[in-house]
Design a protein around this ligand. Sequence first.
Ligand code: ADP
Ligand code: MG
Length: 319
Amino acid sequence: MITVRNLTKVYQVPIKGKSFLSDIFNRQYQENVALNKISFEIAEDELVGFIGPNGAGKTTTLKILAGILYPTAGQVSVVGYTPFEKKAAFLRQISFIAGQRNQLIWDLPVIDSFYLNKEIYQISNPDFNKRIDELSSLLNCRHLLNKPVKMLSLGERMKMELIAALIHQPKIIFFDEPTIGLDIFSQETIRHFIKNYQKNYRATIVLTSHYLEDVKRMAKRLIIIDKGKIIYDGSLKRILQEYSKGKKVSLFLENEAKPELIYAIGRPVTYEYPKVVFFIKKEDLPEKIKLITKTLPFTDLTVEDESIERIIKNFFKNQ
Ligand SMILES: Nc1ncnc2c1ncn2[C@@H]1O[C@H](COP(=O)(O)OP(=O)(O)O)[C@@H](O)[C@H]1O
Ligand SMILES: [Mg+2]
């Protein structure tokens, strides 16, 4: 579905000269290598999480895949097309959705922007009505269709962006930070929606996010990029298992315990009676849990995975 071979992107960035005139007549450029020969393949029906620090090259990659940017070198093929040729048949099958970009018309009711896309993609009336109906009920936002865009909250606007971008039922979707800036409830709705959309339409999805929770909830496969190079491409599960160092164990104590009993388990991450939290290494877990049950009187005990943020940090430290 998507094939990328030795993809390289170099931005030419003008250097500010000594004066305005030297800037105009003798402009100097600096080369900024955003992508350095990256290669990967994505099969039909996959939902891939694409992560990495700020400036790693995620947006650049997605824009090249969507035909918005020209590559400097390398081969890119998406559903058999070369994206930057922007053939109509290609554009009809893809969508690029950025959390920060706005394709809706600010002053007009949302539905008018949808009508515009209906014309662009030449969608028939029955199809159009059916899709609006379906998408807006999935996103629980039917009541917003006639409101001007400027009256919507950020979360509501993102839902509308999704409808606008999906109304032509693309087979391939590039999401660039779709949940950025949203409150956790809207984030959850959008995650849920994207996951279901992928399942129902067997769409191929590449998703970038700096909320690792997004990726954890949605993707099975993870590509990690850093400074324009791919440093991991594989299953999310594997990286979580390999780079997770331990678990968070929280207790609610029945009564205040002697410090030596607490410290026998380990130095607590936090201790505010009645709650005490330990971080226990994977290999010590069985033994420490046994010790806890034997020596500490608790009313509740929970064992949680390390946060995905921590795990990815561990992974980066290992590079
Ligand atoms: N239009 C541009 N002109 C010059 N440099 C750019 C431009 N867009 C991005 N870059 C640079 O390319 C690199 C990758 O950027 P980007 O793809 O936006 O990263 P990410 O989305 O992972 O944060 C960064 O060093 C960034 O500063
Ligand atoms: Mg970006």
